[in-house]
Ligand binder design. Sequence first.
Ligand code: AMP
Length: 187
Amino acid sequence: MNIILFGPPGAGKGTQAKFLVKKINGFQISTGNMLRDEIQKNSEIGKKIINDMNDGKFVSDQIVNNLIEKITLDTSKKNKLIFDGYPRSLSQAKNLELLMNNSNQKIDFIFFLNVNKETIIKRIEKRKVLEKRTDDDLSTILKRYDTYMETTKPVLDFYSKNPNFYEIDGSHKIEDITAKIEAFIKF
Ligand code: AMP
């Protein structure tokens, strides 16, 4: 089973991804974490993306798509993918379809965790204290939210036509969101 968790930064995708990883013995595919790793390693990719990341801007589709392609070709992760933060643009969504077809896989569930700006600001402020993420200052948070909303509208339109698309109110408690996801998957 492959699952997409979709929603603005701070919607709780990471938290729900961790639950799903345990539940299906899967792998959390967080492009945000993968990109932060590249920065930490000071790799060629890391050097290219550091400014955009710190500015709250999206990293180029090409860089992110390449990282994801490797994962979809990894047979040990086949049909155990929990996408957290990808796809985020229409080009990424179309690329993912292609990569799924090429690796003989499909997306079984798309969960859209929908949350308003106020809830997200509160949550990210809390996470900033707990995890000390450098891209988490308030102006960056707002930029990330706005970028997300502008860029992901076409992705939302693209997926909302899909019969496996489920919208969940992400402002609820973590356990309630988890319960809704469980109910949709029928674990
Ligand atoms: P996240 O941890 O998912 O909130 O992502 C943190 C930052 O990484 C974002 O603000 C973007 O700069 C970058 N990023 C993560 N995923 C993507 C993606 N799918 N496409 C483009 N940029 C991304």
